[in-house]
Write a protein that binds this ligand. Sequence first.
Ligand code: URA
Length: 209
Amino acid sequence: PDTRGAEPPDSTDLGELRSAAAGCHGCALHKGATQTVFGEGAKKAKILVVGEQPGDQEDLAGEPFVGPAGKLLDRAFEEAGFDRKTLYVTNAVKHFKFKRAERGKRRIHQKPGRTEVVACRPWLLAELRAVRPELVLLLGATAAQSLLGPKFRLTAHRGELVEAPEDVADQVPSAVATVHPSAVLRAPDRDEAYAAFVADLKAAGQTLK
Ligand code: URA
């Protein structure tokens, strides 16, 4: 298979990493997506936030969390007292995975598989090395399992401060996992789900020095 550009350069320069990621053929998702959606935010962020993968709007804009989930996330960050200047926001998988609706052109989000998550993980680790955050905030099971391993259970450890596994311990001092903002949007009781999400963010923020 053609896996050109799959390895991040040995660099802690976010601009250099971003340019290199633009040409990544580490998995098949680059074929259907518009572009690589790399992380964005403060170079010296205290908190590095990890989502699942870009959605339809992110794929077109080239920026993470600009669609409906991103709007909810922005509101929740504000309510939890997070200053955007202290954040760097990225995704576990950096290309949009979708299928076409039978009729029309609508692109329907598909959950990335373990192969894609594993293929993209070196880019997430490279971002962690470059930003060196105090805390990693993992949004949803895909983000959590990318960093913490496939055995990690979000339902059992949601909102807890967890130790990073050994292979990334020097890049990730600590991590908190919570639900994905899209899960809040889909929840039967959205207000309750939103309040619990904000509470997790606040708790995560309180672990900072
Ligand atoms: N959902 C994600 O996980 N990431 C985005 O960037 C947008 C939606």
